[in-house]
Design a protein around this ligand. Structure first.
Ligand SMILES: Nc1ncnc2c1ncn2[C@@H]1O[C@H](COP(=O)(O)OP(=O)(O)OP(=O)(O)O)[C@@H](O)[C@H]1O
Ligand SMILES: [Mg+2]
Length: 479
């Protein structure tokens, strides 16, 4: 592991000292890039998952859910209202048909004797049989029709404009493509308490007027629905913005707290570290029984300093929305990666891991060299740390016209598919990683991702447990 104090000193001293080959490099005109297939994920780099972006997408998702719920409620309530109206309009139509059929039934006996009786005004005595004692002619409307049938279902007479063609059937029927509704009732005569079937009466009415009202209702609720949707959309946007405000505020406070706490922790940690280092320079003053404890304190302090520095870096990355592009330089990527490899070559040798480099010349990216150095260092460190001895780690590059993809591939322990969604989360470590390496904090990938996204890029991963992992950093090429 690279000593913390040395690393900090190098960062302070600037990238020029840390990577002399890059600092001194006179940038030549970039050569035409070699065209190779770039993974689809590279294009995602443009959608940097910054907290601002996450809040925005959360707001849109909330609005989407709100709209979906409101639309569902409106559709259901409109449907219920429509069904209620349709039912009550058809109920009224049924009542009209029943009254007409019952009134017309009184003429059946007369019509059976003389078919012309249909045109005569029917005489209706008040017979107290429970139906309306009004002549059927007075009830009939222009869009209605009445037919009289004998007991053998042969039509005897017809009145009105409607004459349905469908077969006679007792009860309500809708036919002619739903345009005519009919009611057929049997008509009886009573003599000496005996009931005798005289025939049938069928009353019909066009459903046109009912359908016209229902069509108007459909249009009305459609137009009102669109209007309401617009208003719900505007209202929903305002509501989601209002409801997100406290969450965004808490997030800002949390970020500020992390930044402040990390900053405040730096000084006491530096003091502890300096004191321990001073003590370690005089081993003769240390009681032999305390040497181990002192080493443990020194190691824990280093680990904590690193964690604090990492947290501070992340908090600062979160705090600034726009990347400070004015301070960025044009960096030859192959040289940057060579320096990363140089830095970690001793680690690879120590654990007998083969480190392969497959680089392309004259590929340039614009950015903060020390930050990009950190990205590739973190990835290569991970690859080495999570690859058992004898494995291979390959650092390679591929390009198309606009993107360069740097792949860090290892033949290590791999990552379980259920863990993949979490590996870029802050302070997340797989249990297996803990057993492999105690001292990690789980911030390395979060930092790498934050830096890559600040550079307009992205990091993606594919991995198979027990086979290996491949992390791909896509960055826009500077041309
Ligand atoms: N190349 C890899 N192979 C297998 N697992 C990996 C690899 N890289 C990352 N991981 C998994 O992702 C987790 C997060 O990685 P990250 O670099 O963020 O943290 P860390 O290496 O545990 O600690 P730190 O980098 O802060 O010292 C690791 O703990 C490990 O479980
Ligand atoms: Mg790591």
């Amino acid at each position: 592991m690279f000593p913390i104090s040395k690393a900090k000193a190098q960062v302070r001293a600037g990238f020029a000292q840390m990577l002399p080959s890059i600092a001194k490099h006179k940038i030549p005109k970039p050569a035409p890039t070699q065209s190779r297939a770039i993974p689809r994920s590279a294009a995602k780099g443009q959608n940097a998952v910054t907290p601002q972006f996450q809040f925005k997408s959360l707001r849109w998702r909330l609005l989407g859910s709100y709209l979906m719920v409101m639309v569902a409620i409106r559709v259901i309530s409109n449907g219920v209202v429509y069904e209620f109206f349709a039912h009550s309009l058809y109920q009224q139509l049924n009542n009209r048909l029943l009254n007409l059929a019952q009134a017309a039934a009184h003429s059946l006996v007369a019509i059976k004797q003389d078919k012309d009786a249909v045109d005569q005004p029917a005489y209706r005595p008040l017979d107290g049989d429970g139906d309306l004692d009004i002549p059927w002619q007075n009830l009939s409307k222009p869009d209605q029709g009445v037919e009289w049938f004998g007991a053998d279902k042969q039509r005897l007479a017809i009145s009105g404009t409607l004459s349905p063609t469908f077969p006679l059937q007792e009860g309500f029927q809708t036919g002619e493509q739903g345009q005519i509704r009919t009611l057929t009732i049997p008509a009886y005569s009573y003599s000496q308490g005996q009931r005798q079937l005289e025939g049938y009466v069928r009353a019909s009415e066009s459903t046109e007027s009912v359908e016209a009202v229902l069509t108007q209702l459909r249009w009305g609720s459609g137009v009102a629905g669109v209007l309401a949707l617009g208003l719900i959309g505007v209202g929903g946007m305002w509501l989601t913005r209002q409801s997100m405000k406290p969450i965004e505020q808490s997030f800002q406070q949390l970020k500020q707290f992390t930044a402040d706490a990390s900053h405040e922790l730096r000084s006491p940690l530096t003091a502890i570290k300096a004191s321990v280092e001073v003590m370690q320079t005089h081993p003769e003053r240390i009681h032999p029984a305390d040497v181990e404890k002192l080493n443990a304190i020194a190691s824990a302090t280093s680990q904590m300093s690193r964690l604090v520095e990492d947290l501070l870096l992340l908090a600062r990355t979160d705090a600034t929305t726009a990347a400070p592009t004015r301070e960025w330089t044009v960096i030859p990527l192959d040289e940057l990666l060579e320096d990363v490899e140089e830095r970690l070559e001793p680690n690879a040798e120590a654990q007998a891991t083969t480190l392969k480099l497959e680089l392309q010349k004259d590929i340039f990216v614009k950015g903060d060299a020390s930050q990009l150095f950190r990205v590739f260092c973190n990835l290569l460190e991970n690859a080495l740390q999570y690859t058992p001895s004898g494995g291979t780690v390959t650092l390679s590059m591929s390009t198309d016209e606009t993107w360069v993809v740097v792949s860090v591939e290892d033949t290590g322990i791999g990552i379980a598919p259920e863990h993949l969604p979490f590996i870029f989360d802050r302070l997340w470590r797989a249990d297996k990683a803990r057993t492999q390496r105690q001292e990690g904090s789980g911030l390395g990938l979060a930092i790498a991702q934050a830096i890559a996204q600040r550079h307009g890029g992205n990091i993606t991963v594919r991995s198979e447990l027990g086979v290996g992992s491949c992390f791909q950093v896509s960055l826009p090429i500077f041309s």
